[in-house]
Design a protein around this ligand. Structure first.
Ligand code: SAH
Length: 463
């Protein structure tokens, strides 16, 4: 059983620090079901690959099966070859520190999304190849699945249900390990150990930050917990507590906000103002952070002065809607090449949002928990650091002008806060001074003499 993890992030050998395993050494670990060996088939500045090979003792498994509560009863079984829950145990024991995202010597790197590729030569998955894609694609990976047919002469027409799996994406290493830790056992029916209450805690711990938003979270939960109803109920209840999940909002369906927006055609005004600000700063490349369904991107595409346009959002679902609405698949390649859409969270540093002239953050900050704004600020202003950042957010003083909005309520059920003009300015001044930007303000929509405009904009430029 083999797992390899490669990176091209330079220097690539830093992978050794992240995994806490030296690229120059072969290390071996005794585990209850066999032996794990970690080694690096390649380790250069440009590219580094770590391999985790598991030597599972199939006979020992059968002999110990009554003790461990396992179900194996045949000496000849596939356990030594296919990646199963044993791999999760090995990840936790051999790469435990990396799994928890801890790396004292390389903290910023451990917190960054970097290009990573994981390869597993054999997984056993009765549900077929599609489910492999459905599990990993929403997490931002490009997934390659290759089927391994059975010997057709001996088993005509039968599938081996065995696949090679390759995942490629820009993610944090700890996220990749968590995804594998949870999802590999989901593929396999023979989880080797007893599933008890602590498995719920493990699932929730390793699923933190992604499982609540995963379109197949119920499938994952019930298979990870091996269909034990009381455990599944307990886990699902916890997962639903996060609905709407802390980093995802549902910007498609909030009737109150939609109605208000329509009355003023606020979307158009907002995007129109953003675009004119971007043009006045001669921005040619723009990244739309929290792009949602791609409304601003659609406007940017229409204007040929924008030569490179990217959109990113934490929600896989809205990105799919964006890709559909923009008809990316039917676009001529000359247009298509200007545009990139990718999933990512504004809570983590991400190489992919670097190198743009400008960033737009339109009606996004109010969806972030206030204590987490500090992380967002560093990601955008310190790490990505575009020359211009345009941020818009509601001005809650204006809410009294809307009869349809009951006093004291916010415009959208996922808004974590709505600021007055003074609160926004206070925050924006702080950000500008901490990160070396200057900020100017613009109203969006009719500017009421008493309560200001319905939305407010800060335009940050490098001082
Ligand atoms: N900018 C878009 C969408 C605004 S709705 C527009 O103007 O139409 C807010 C968007 O922020 C949602 O699509 C939500 O998924 C996204 N979002 C929320 N938290 C995020 C995070 N941590 N990282 C990236 N995007 C996030």
């Amino acid at each position: 059983m083999l797992l390899t993890i490669s990176t091209t992030h330079r220097p690539a050998t830093d992978l050794g620090f992240l995994l806490h395993k030296h690229p120059g050494r072969v290390q071996s670990f005794d585990l209850s079901f066999g032996r794990a060996v970690v080694f690096y088939p390649e380790a250069t500045e440009e590219r580094c690959t770590a391999a985790l090979a598991l030597d599972v003792d199939p006979v020992g498994l059968v002999r110990g099966s009554s003790r461990s509560g396992g179900t194996l009863d045949q000496y000849v079984n596939d356990r030594p070859y296919v990646a199963t829950s044993f791999l999760s145990v090995a990840i936790a024991q051999v790469f435990g520190t990396a799994l928890s995202g801890i790396c004292k010597s390389h903290e910023p790197l451990a917190a960054s999304a970097i290009p990573l590729k994981a390869t597993i030569p054999a997984v056993h998955c009765r549900a077929g190849a599609d489910i492999l894609r459905e599990l990993f694609e929403p997490l931002g990976y490009t997934v390659q699945v290759t089927a391994h047919p059975l010997d057709v002469a001996i088993f005509p027409g039968e599938s081996s249900h065995t696949y090679s799996l390759e995942l490629e994406g820009t993610v944090r290493l700890s996220d990749l390990l968590s995804h594998l830790y949870v999802l590999i056992p989901v593929l396999d029916n023979d989880k080797h150990y007893w599933v008890g209450d602590d498995e719920v805690a493990k699932l929730l711990r390793h699923g933190e930050g992604w499982l609540t938003q995963h379109p197949k979270r119920e499938y994952i939960t019930s298979r990870y917990l091996k269909f034990q109803k009381n455990l599944i109920d307990a886990a699902m209840e916890k997962l639903r507590e996060d609905d709407p999940p802390s980093e995802v909002s549902d910007d498609v369906a909030d009737p109150v906000e939609e109605k208000i927006e329509r009355q003023l055609s606020l979307h158009e005004q907002r995007h129109g103002t953003v675009i004119s600000v971007l043009k006045s700063h001669n921005a040619r490349s723009v990244v739309d952070l929290g792009c949602g369904e791609g409304r601003l991107i659609r406007e940017l595409i229409r204007d040929p002065s924008f030569t490179r346009i990217a959109g990113t959002d934490v929600s896989h679902r809205v990105l799919q809607i964006a890709a559909d609405r923009l008809r990316l698949d039917r676009m001529p390649s000359i247009q298509r090449d200007r545009i990139q859409l990718f999933r990512g969270s504004l809570m983590y540093r991400d190489e992919r949002i670097k190198g743009f002239d400008a960033a737009a953050v339109v009606e996004v900050i109010e969806h972030l928990d206030e204590p987490r704004l500090a992380a967002f600020e560093r990601v955008v202003f310190e790490f990505a650091r575009p020359k211009v950042v345009v941020i818009t957010t509601p001005n809650c003083e204006y809410n009294v002008r809307w009869e349809t909005l009951p006093a004291g309520t916010m415009r959208h059920r996922d808004h974590r806060f709505e600021w007055t003009r003074a609160q926004f300015r206070d925050w924006a001044e702080g950000v500008a001074s901490r990160f070396g930007y200057t900020v100017k303000y613009l109203p969006i929509g009719p500017d009421d003499p008493e309560v200001g405009s319905p939305a407010q904009m800060g335009v940050f430029t490098i001082a």
